[in-house]
Write a protein that binds this ligand. Sequence first.
Ligand code: HEC
Ligand code: HEC
Ligand code: HEC
Ligand code: HEC
Ligand code: HEC
Ligand code: HEC
Ligand code: HEC
Ligand code: HEC
Ligand code: HEC
Ligand code: HEC
Length: 322
Amino acid sequence: MKRSGRFITLLIGAIVIACFSGRALAADDKAAKPADLVLTGDAVCTSCHDASDDATPTLANRHPSVMAIGKTRHGTRADGRTPSCTSCHGESDQHRKTRGNTKPDVLFSKQGATPVEARNAACLSCHKEGNRIGWHTSTHGLQDLSCSSCHSVHAQRDKVREKQTQAEVCFACHKEQRNQISKASHHPVVEGKMTCSSCHNVHGDNPKMLVKASTNETCFTCHMEKRGPFVHNHQPVTEDCGICHQPHGTTIPNLLKARAPFLCQDCHSHDSHPGQAAALPNAPSNSTSMLGTVARGCLNCHTNIHGGNSTVNSATAGRFRR
Ligand code: HEC
Ligand code: HEC
Ligand code: HEC
Ligand code: HEC
Ligand code: HEC
Ligand code: HEC
Ligand code: HEC
Ligand code: HEC
Ligand code: HEC
Ligand code: HEC
């Protein structure tokens, strides 16, 4: 990588000199057989496309420096599998013959006429394995996203694969998640400690494109202690963490969708609470809504809301108390 970086610096230098020294050099160039500039076999394209393309970026907000591809994994000359220009853009015979007056076979920009399937097929010819196995039936695949909706292959830094910048790429299309993740209680994505892809495989066909087959399995990859096994399970917890938590962010601490007692009273009775006795406040009626207004409410007593292991007292053990 370093070597190709230096190579490009030299190359740019050479071009600058070539420009200044004018026609004499241009004549020499014509005589010489074009050499590969970045990748083995790329001379068919780099005889015309060289670092001078960089001065006129074609994509409004990405500025692909065409030759910067030499500094990416796609520029590793030592690797026999490395693509050349034609592996992605096609042989483009017509384009070459007409000296750029017709389009290359595969053009990745949205304005280009190449259908999405053909653009993606160019990448998938080498990358259909691993994470991408489910691409065609993934939500993104079915929505006709192209690989280059997210990836910038010519840029030295591919924003979507860097922790600090990935979310920006997603937010271009996912405004609602931008809003959620910047709420007071959130997973540390904007802080750069984790990324959207910590939970999502955006090439995959799992539900909600999660990295695992279910929400719970995804959460357990980091919050193992919530998996149990517990002696007493709380049914909504084993069912779906998302019943109580909004994984991106909320205004309520602990990413909760609502505060106790309201959170609990979605399912548990508003107007009765058993064993209303000495330990419990003296309420006019045996009402959980009365209990809920006491201090921190339900969670003051039902502390092990994700599941309890207590075997001390069979009457309280199943109630997620210590
Ligand atoms: C004989 C010169 C020549 C050769 C050889 C050549 N091109 Fe081009 N190419 C051009 C010109 C001229 C343009 C139009 C100006 C521009 O957009 O930079 C162009 C434009 C392009 C574009 C942008 C098209 C658009 O509409 O945005 C791509 C992509 C491209 N060429 C890829 C390639 C590839 C890949 C090869 C090798 C297979 C290749 N070119 C070989 C001259 C050439
Ligand atoms: C790994 C696949 C791949 C390889 C290899 C590749 N390109 Fe590209 N090229 C793309 C994609 C994708 C874009 C769209 C912009 C981006 O993602 O950076 C693009 C954009 C371009 C553009 C700008 C026009 C546009 O559509 O935005 C030119 C010119 C170009 N490539 C020429 C080349 C040349 C010359 C080579 C060989 C040195 C080459 N490409 C190698 C995938 C590739
Ligand atoms: C001719 C084969 C080939 C084609 C076509 C190809 N790639 Fe690659 N790609 C590779 C190789 C080889 C590597 C480096 C080894 C690896 O990571 O597996 C790579 C690596 C990558 C990486 C990871 C880079 C890293 O730093 O780890 C991404 C992302 C990628 N390619 C995206 C694309 C996209 C998007 C396209 C289409 C525009 C594309 N590739 C087309 C062969 C190809
Ligand atoms: C919605 C945005 C998005 C789209 C669309 C997308 N990718 Fe990715 N890609 C990512 C992100 C994020 C990563 C890094 C995290 C990961 O590996 O899941 C990545 C990683 C990769 C890697 C390197 C990871 C590895 O396994 O080594 C390759 C290769 C790749 N993508 C190829 C593709 C191809 C091919 C397509 C089109 C079929 C595509 N991507 C479409 C966002 C995207
Ligand atoms: C070019 C636009 C675009 C970009 C960029 C993009 N997405 Fe999407 N994404 C979509 C569309 C379109 C859908 C389907 C409709 C919807 O749910 O909004 C979708 C759906 C999703 C879904 C829901 C999946 C499901 O099965 O319901 C997730 C999760 C997702 N995207 C994550 C991401 C992540 C993470 C990134 C960044 C790495 C990203 N997206 C980048 C367009 C995009
Ligand atoms: C902590 C794990 C986690 C992180 C980090 C995360 N997500 Fe999600 N995301 C989920 C889960 C779980 C769901 C499914 C929620 C559900 O079932 O309603 C989801 C759903 C989605 C959906 C579909 C929403 C819908 O209503 O169908 C989109 C789009 C999405 N996420 C985008 C993103 C983006 C963009 C990022 C990064 C800014 C991101 N996610 C980060 C876990 C996560
Ligand atoms: C990639 C690792 C990872 C995954 C996967 C993950 N989390 Fe987290 N989670 C974290 C980190 C890191 C924190 C922040 C801890 C801190 O700030 O001390 C956190 C914090 C939390 C918090 C406490 C927030 C607060 O305000 O302190 C809750 C609740 C939570 N996660 C729920 C979930 C749920 C539900 C899922 C599954 C949808 C999930 N997490 C998936 C890493 C992860
Ligand atoms: C019945 C609602 C509910 C469900 C379902 C639920 N949680 Fe929670 N979770 C809570 C409440 C309430 C808190 C706050 C606890 C407190 O304040 O003592 C919390 C706090 C957390 C915390 C941060 C504090 C801690 O205990 O580490 C994490 C992490 C967490 N939950 C993960 C999960 C995971 C993972 C799942 C799915 C396996 C899940 N939760 C399912 C209600 C729920
Ligand atoms: C999505 C619905 C739902 C939510 C929200 C919910 N629970 Fe539950 N909870 C249940 C179900 C279902 C059971 C099992 C009932 C049974 O076994 O009779 C249960 C059981 C319990 C039990 C044990 C009951 C017993 O008979 O052993 C307690 C205590 C409890 N929940 C407290 C809470 C608290 C406190 C909250 C709020 C933080 C809460 N629950 C939120 C559905 C929910
Ligand atoms: C002051 C402590 C305390 C508070 C506050 C409290 N509980 Fe309880 N809860 C208990 C005890 C103790 C039991 C076991 C009583 C028994 O089995 O006789 C119990 C039992 C339960 C049960 C099991 C009901 C059954 O039929 O067996 C549920 C459900 C429950 N509580 C939900 C809640 C909810 C929801 C809240 C908040 C609105 C709440 N509790 C607030 C102490 C408390």
